[in-house]
Write a protein that binds this ligand. Structure first.
Ligand code: NAP
Length: 314
């Protein structure tokens, strides 16, 4: 029988899934149910009767989570537990989004495996660790769950949540290696993981690594020639941002061991930046203006914003 997929979280990754599964002809829907409310979850599940639930719902802004810790805990941790419980009771395959930012790597060689001990640096990252624990806590032996840990998602889509759109408003870039997840590729890996009914924890990222500085140079080359790409030290970044950003390299051999093909990050980065350029050209200027205004407002909370991104829509 074909899968029927119910997605919680009407954000960047939730909508990526909706579009992807819809394009494949796989029935999928995003529910507006509040994951802190078990009644609403049960209602959504009873109405849609899914075989797979994907939880992309979360409070994802680091600064917001630090300032609203109780609310962040309620959504990111207790909300995930609520969903896991309902899926366990209804024998639904449950996919939960955690994050690679629960780790800190010292160098590009310091790749973290799924079994390594997390070392969260921000309250948000703690909530992702606790969410993983609550997904598996007190479940029945037959409960089928999959925990995905992406890292710094990027895509060719015009969204204030897309890290590449955020970077188009920046001026300062660190040159520290980081793993990244191309969302277009994550869709394909997820489809395969669902077909396999993979269970447990998986790092979902492209192979190799890049640095924010290298990404800044690619954005300057392909999209915004005036982008000021100033290389700064990690110490300077830490002085700028209210919440320290970690560097994370994820070991993805567990994903690859399933026979899933993963393309190098740097190759995919350049490809999606070129597609992003095309998407920017296709987007009406007033829409771009709104998206970049929202992005720049969020960027101002953590860095110095440039003056030239407006040339993309003026
Ligand atoms: N984006 C990243 O850099 C990144 C990296 C690694 C892992 N992840 C994880 O991947 C998942 C999806 O991320 P994303 O990029 O799609 O984030 P996103 O765009 O912020 O989407 C999350 C969505 O969940 C919604 N939400 C918040 N509270 C909710 C509640 N109580 N019930 C239902 N929905 C609620 C948010 O609404 P509001 O906006 O109104 O709050 C938002 O629409 C999250 O678990 C995130 O932690 C993200």
């Amino acid at each position: 029988m074909a899968d029927k997929i119910l997605i919680f979280g009407d954000g960047q990754i939730g909508n990526f899934y909706l579009n992807h599964f819809s394009s494949l002809g796989t029935p999928a829907s995003i529910t507006s149910a509040d994951i802190t409310d078990v009644k609403q979850i049960n209602q959504a599940v009873n109405d849609y009767q899914p075989s797979v639930v994907i939880n992309t719902a979360a409070k994802t802004n680091l600064e917001w989570c630090s300032q609203n810790q109780l609310l962040a805990f309620q959504v990111n941790v207790l909300g995930a537990a609520n969903l896991a419980e309902v899926c366990d009771q209804n024998r639904i395959y449950f996919i939960h989004f955690s994050s690679g930012c629960i780790f800190q790597s010292d160098s590009s060689a310091d790749a973290k495996k799924e079994s390594d001990t997390p070392a969260p640096a921000a309250f948000y990252s703690w909530t992702k660790v606790w969410s993983e624990q609550m997904v598996v806590f007190n479940r029945s032996p037959g409960f089928k769950y999959l925990i995905l840990r992406p890292r710094q998602p990027v895509s060719s889509q015009i969204s204030p949540k897309n890290m590449l759109i955020k970077m188009l408003t920046f001026t300062k870039f660190v040159d520290t290696p980081n793993t990244g997840t191309v969302l277009e590729d994550l869709m394909d890996w997820s489809y395969q993981l669902i077909k396999l009914r993979a269970t447990g924890v998986y790092h979902v990222a492209n192979s190799g690594w890049s640095t924010p500085y290298q990404i800044g140079l690619l954005l300057k080359k392909h999209i915004l020639p005036d982008l000021p790409v100033e290389k700064i030290s990690k110490e300077e970044l830490d002085r700028l941002t209210p919440n320290r950003r970690v560097d994370t390299i994820l070991d993805i051999s567990r994903l690859q061991s399933l026979g899933i093909k993963v393309t190098p990050y740097r190759q995919r980065l350049e490809e999606i930046i070129i597609s992003l350029k095309d998407n920017i050209k296709l987007t009406p200027p007033n829409q771009l203006s709104e998206i970049f205004a929202e992005t720049a407002a969020s960027s101002r909370q953590r860095t110095v914003v440039n003056q030239c991104y407006t040339s993309l829509f003026q």
